[in-house]
Design a protein around this ligand. Structure first.
Ligand SMILES: Cc1cc2nc3c(=O)[nH]c(=O)nc-3n(C[C@H](O)[C@H](O)[C@H](O)COP(=O)(O)OP(=O)(O)OC[C@H]3O[C@@H](n4cnc5c(N)ncnc54)[C@H](O)[C@@H]3O)c2cc1C
Length: 434
């Protein structure tokens, strides 16, 4: 499938609202101190951080918590954000002098802390990750990336084939030229994370409703007044949109810079422990991890999806993708060639044209920041290393008027308003199936 050219409008399709089944039994309050729209990682973290700051958010979710991307992902937390690191870091450094690794490592620390804090934890495991490099070109790219990441304070190590096999003896040595090893990366159970955060927020005074869709953000007298929903209007002092790829339907001014992309994950039957040390990625294009219970999850932006999944709001899983992913897994791990696939699903990524997520003040219809309005979206395939820290910084902005932990300026949505940026993620978006 050829890569579409950047001028094609299907990168930025007509925005769609998330599909949902309205729950007629829900009764909404007439007002709330702050409304959080969406109950994925971003919404759940924001509800948690806001309640810790003494606020009582109302979380409005169209479907069930974690029914969006946060319940459909593989569950890998990569502090180096895959192949995006160098480009994102350059822009973040230009606006704050900080490394993107400061933000992503902080997210991983927050995940580790919440694992200890929540009853039952989130199955957090700081297992490390092996980015497998299969040819000379990939090895050179891996080496160059390792240098950049190390210079930015992210501990990474280049491994020879022998070193890789020592860490992961089940790998076929003939397939691997080397690997980039990131020891601080981790994996977790995403449902435990979302539901655990929401339960903690509820204990501290938050309230959630589901089966209610926000249709628009209502502004009066030049600031946020509340939201219009499928179940009537609710007044609020502040509104945070945590609505992933569906955000442009509520904020048209960012639509020219946020692309929905479909991605698949498949899961095998329970298998003996194969991945002994860390999860593995195929030059960050495909990736797999093993659950503590033995199931293996493998996902990626399969190059064989229609139009590479770019620019669609459909989450229908395509039947040809799972066999491709299974073949890839069998290529790296010959012992898994006959592993049975028990489930496959698809979800939506939200790619920001310049790869830097959007977090901060909500742009009004004329593009200027709307007081009382906030958003976090454009996590560009890396919800885990971004959501905890960005939700914290935006919650600080909402509750105290300024982000304190780290500067939020690099993620100002204004970067994307009033201009259609050429997507920088296009060229590297080539897929790695083979
Ligand atoms: C197949 C796949 C694999 C992935 N693998 C990884 C991985 O291994 N590691 C990683 O870090 N990231 C991964 N990602 C990316 C990660 O899942 C996302 O970045 C992250 O989950 C986004 O979180 P979110 O809260 O922004 O969005 P979501 O989890 O999608 O939550 C948004 C919520 O908003 C609700 N909503 C939307 N519009 C409205 C509305 N108008 N009114 C009310 N509710 C609304 C939706 O129903 C949804 O529940 C993967 C994604 C996919 C699809």
């Amino acid at each position: 499938m050829p890569i579409p050219s950047a001028g094609e409008t299907r990168y930025f399709p007509t925005p769609e609202r998330v599909a949902f089944e309205p729950d007629p039994a829900v009764e909404l309050p007439s007002g709330a101190e702050v409304i959080v729209v969406g109950a994925g990682f971003v919404g759940a973290w924001a509800a948690y951080h806001l309640t810790r700051a003494g606020m009582r958010p109302l979380i409005i979710e169209a479907n069930a918590p974690a029914s969006g991307a946060s319940g459909r992902l593989c569950g890998l937390a990569l502090a180096g954000v895959g192949g995006h690191f160098a480009r994102v870091n350059a822009l973040v450094r230009a606006s704050s002098g900080r490394s993107i690794a400061e933000y992503t490592c902080r997210s991983l620390d927050l995940l580790e802390a919440i694992d200890a804090e929540l009853p039952g934890g989130i199955e957090w495991e700081r297992c490390g990750s092996l980015d497998l490099l299969t040819d000379e070109r990939q090895e050179a790219e891996g080496r160059a990336m390792a240098e950049i990441q190390r210079a930015e304070g992210l501990p990474v190590e280049m491994l020879s084939t022998e070193d890789v096999i020592a860490k992961a003896p089940a790998l076929d040595a003939a397939q691997v030229r080397g690997a980039k090893w990131t020891p601080g990366d981790g994996q977790l159970n995403p449902f435990k994370l979302v539901y655990g955060l929401l339960e903690a927020a509820h204990r501290m005074g938050a309230r959630s409703v589901r089966g209610v869709r926000v249709e628009s953000v209502v502004a009066r007298s030049g600031r946020v007044w509340g939201v219009e929903t499928s179940h009537g209007v609710v007044q609020a002092g502040a509104v945070l949109l945590a609505t992933n790829a569906w955000t442009p339907a509520l904020v048209p001014s960012i639509a020219a810079n946020l692309t929905p992309i479909r991605e698949h994950v498949m899961v095998t039957e329970r298998l003996p422990r194969v991945l002994r040390q860390g999860f593995e990625t195929n030059h960050c294009n495909e990736y797999w991890r093993q659950e503590p219970t033995g199931e293996l999850l493998i996902g990626g932006h399969a190059a064989t999806d229609e139009g590479m999944g770019i620019g669609t709001y459909s989450t229908t899983a395509r039947s040809e993708i799972a066999p491709q992913l299974a073949r890839l897994l069998g290529r790296f791990h010959p012992s898994l060639r006959d592993a049975r696939v028990v489930r496959v699903w698809a979800g939506l990524l939200d790619f920001a044209s310049l790869e830097v997520p959007m977090a901060g003040a909500l742009p009004a219809s004329d593009g200027t920041p709307l007081p009382g309005g906030f958003l976090v979206c454009g996590l560009t395939g890396h919800g885990l290393p971004y959501s905890a820290i960005l939700a914290l910084l935006v919650s600080e902005l909402i509750s105290s008027g300024a982000s304190r932990t780290l500067p939020l300026e690099p993620f100002d949505p204004q970067r994307y308003v009033g201009v259609a940026r050429e997507p920088t993620w296009l060229a590297p978006f080539e897929g790695g199936l083979g």
